[in-house]
Design a protein around this ligand. Sequence first.
Ligand code: A3P
Length: 338
Amino acid sequence: MAHQQLSLRFAVVSSEEDDREEAIDELIASLPISKSPIRPVHSLSQNFWCPILVLPNVIAFRWHFEAKEKDILLVSNPKSGTTRLKALVFSIVNRSGFDISNTSLLTSSPHDLVPFIELRECVSNLMPELDVPAEQRRLFSTHIPYPYLPESVRRSDRRIIYICRNPLDTVVSSWHFLLEMARSEDQPGWSLEEHFETFCRGEVLFGPFWDHITGYWKECLERPHKVLFLKYEDLKEDTIGQLKKVAEFVGLPFAEEEEEGGVIEEITKMCSLNTLKNLEVNRSGKLSPANTVVEKRSFFRKGEVGDWVDHLTPSMVDHLNSIMQEKMSPFGLQFKTC
Ligand code: A3P
């Protein structure tokens, strides 16, 4: 099936692209596929389950992408606060004369301002909008696990800002989001129990969840100037402190006058869940990534720490906590869950 879809999709391509397409097709045809009732994912490696619809882009990105010196890559597991991170970093990087009344966030979704690499057509052209002069900062994002990033990103000092979230809220948030997606595609849904089991097996989009996190965490420990590691819960608890960290990391620290003038508070307010959720640009319309359709409003729900309490049974919580304990404690990683 993968083969057929790809052939249709890339019917009109040049011979060089033909070669790329053929190589990618061959690779995909050889990959194992998950058996869960949820969106099919292919195993690109033992530690990377990838949704079929973005596989060609993920592979093309890995094989062909050349990072530039000022690139900033925002990375996350799905449903870990990506939308918020995009809005915040976009605002920090483009804050010269920041004014809440004229920011691009008023008219564009954070996902359009900071596009997902894997949702763009990377096979025939690696994101034309990223073709900017070397001195300009390019902001883009991905859910791809660290070991699968292109060499030009991994081997260089190109900056990565990673955000993660406690697994209990992430599993609940991802269930809601995928159900929304299924609904908008007139596809049948599945129960939280089914979703939870798949999550715990690691066979979720860009999973396993724990390998994704530890991959970036290890890199951050080794090269803190390259990877900034953030947590959704910390961002919520101390937005101002975390924003200062981000601004310093990208080489654009807030000046004293900016701090005194309330710029950080303005950015925080603009990027809050309530503000973004209520903007017309985020309330209606769809993003159309890689042949699927996602309602823009489905990126904004409750944004709470501890929403899992209303969804997961005590035995589900114990089970996921014990998996996380096993996978994360060797790395000294812990999450606030309420
Ligand atoms: P919930 O489903 O728990 O409400 P992602 O952006 O990675 O897709 O993550 C989506 C989660 O982040 C959703 O969580 C969503 O409500 C929350 N979210 C989206 N925008 C946010 C913002 N500006 N501030 C805080 N949380 C936000």
